[in-house]
Design a protein around this ligand. Structure first.
Ligand SMILES: C[S@@+](CC[C@H](N)C(=O)[O-])C[C@H]1O[C@@H](n2cnc3c(N)ncnc32)[C@H](O)[C@@H]1O
Length: 351
């Protein structure tokens, strides 16, 4: 990837950061996701997500899907975007009393796509939302997808918004600045909150466009975006450094410019901007913390049931069963941890 990026800069000049991110993550030949032969979200991969931690994430979301299904009516299409291994979709479908009329998984990684096809044979795996036919009623779920969508990086300067560009300095990739493109400056002005000179803002135009496309897939339904991030105001204190980072083997990784294609590049999601995109598309938006959202759809009740079963197993002297249940309880508690996964945000855009 490094050679390809160098060649593009040599041929066409400095590259805005969103173009760099698009190549580093999505290039079909060398991109971190698109060319991956291994699963990125797994214990052996680079990060562990809520559905990988516990199947109760998917089964709790089933209660939300049922309630939304009742609201919007049949036939119902269920879509999961950025489905990874299928660890959300499988328990979700298993926990539904009635299967949806159509199920789609949207996935760019060949490794993940073949895993989903095996785990969830009833779903149709596609590479983009554009391949899914428009439905009367649909629910779209995306867990930890939009934090990866390519973003420009803006910097607030006294003279106005500038943006970071990737340049070649002695054959090595480096960052420089130039005046921000007009759409980057307008987005920054609208969604960065009150930030001082030098503030670094990830400009998530593509995340907003993705949400607009998802909402265009149906007449009635919901798009649920679950991710790390906050409102524009909640992110203000992070702006001195910005929130862009890389992950590798479950730890913060190197500078994104060093090994493009080999590390996850991600950022905190600006939910104020996402909500604005959804509202502009005619949706009504709610924003919750993950711990509140999962509790509302029954995760704490499921936890109490598990604890009761654990106690019964202990009384019956069934050690293996007790340990199995204990581990399921611990995993489910991880989904609610107030400074961990519980602190993720859940945006539901309904129409
Ligand atoms: C962080 S993982 C999350 C996987 C899964 N949702 C989970 O929670 O375990 C992101 C997944 O989205 C896929 N992905 C990233 N960008 C995508 C895009 N633009 N369209 C579809 N899939 C995408 C990646 O290949 C990866 O499997």
């Amino acid at each position: 990837m490094l050679d390809r990026i160098r060649a593009e800069i040599a041929a066409h000049g400095p590259m805005p950061f969103d173009r760099f991110m698009e190549l580093a993550l999505y290039d079909p030949e060398g991109g971190y996701f698109a060319a991956a032969s291994t699963l990125r979200s797994s214990t052996g991969g680079d990060f562990l997500t809520s559905p990988e931690v516990s199947p109760l994430f998917g089964s709790t979301l089933a209660r939300f899907v049922e309630a939304e299904g009742d609201r919007v009516g049949l036939p119902l299409t269920l879509i999961e975007a950025g489905s990874g291994s299928g660890s959300l979709l499988r328990p979700l479908l298993d926990a539904l009393t009635e299967p949806p009329d159509a199920v789609y998984a949207v996935e760019v990684s060949p490794a993940a796509s073949s895993r989903i096809a095996a785990m969830v044979p009833e779903c149709i795996v596609v590479e983009s939302l554009a391949e899914i036919p428009r439905a009367g009623s649909a629910i779209v779920i995306a867990n930890e997808l939009v934090d990866n969508l390519p973003a420009a990086v803006a910097v607030r300067r006294d003279e106005g918004w500038r943006e970071k560009i990737v340049v070649l300095a002695g054959g090595v990739l480096a960052l420089d600045e130039r005046p921000a493109r007009s759409e980057v400056a307008s987005w920054s002005e609208a969604f960065s909150g009150r930030v001082p000179e030098g503030a670094i803002v990830e400009v998530q135009l593509e995340a907003g466009a993705w949400l607009t496309d998802a909402l265009a897939l149906f007449d009635s339904g919901a798009v649920v975006v679950i991710d790390y991030g906050d409102t524009a105001a909640g992110l203000e204190h992070r702006r001195a450094q910005g929130t862009l980072r890389t992950y590798r083997s479950h730890h913060l990784g190197p500078d994104p410019l060093l090994t493009p294609g080999e590390t996850d590049i991600t950022m905190d999601v600006n939910f104020t901007a996402l909500a604005a995109a959804a509202e502009a598309a005619g949706a009504v938006v709610t924003l919750d913390r993950q711990d509140e959202f999962l509790a509302r759809w029954g995760l704490r009740d499921a936890l109490s049931d598990l604890r009761a079963s654990e106690l019964e197993a202990a009384r019956a002297g069934s050690t293996m069963e007790r340990l199995r249940l204990r581990s399921r309880v611990t995993d489910a508690q991880t989904l609610l941890h107030p400074r961990g996964l519980g602190d993720f945000r859940v945006l539901a855009a309904r129409r």
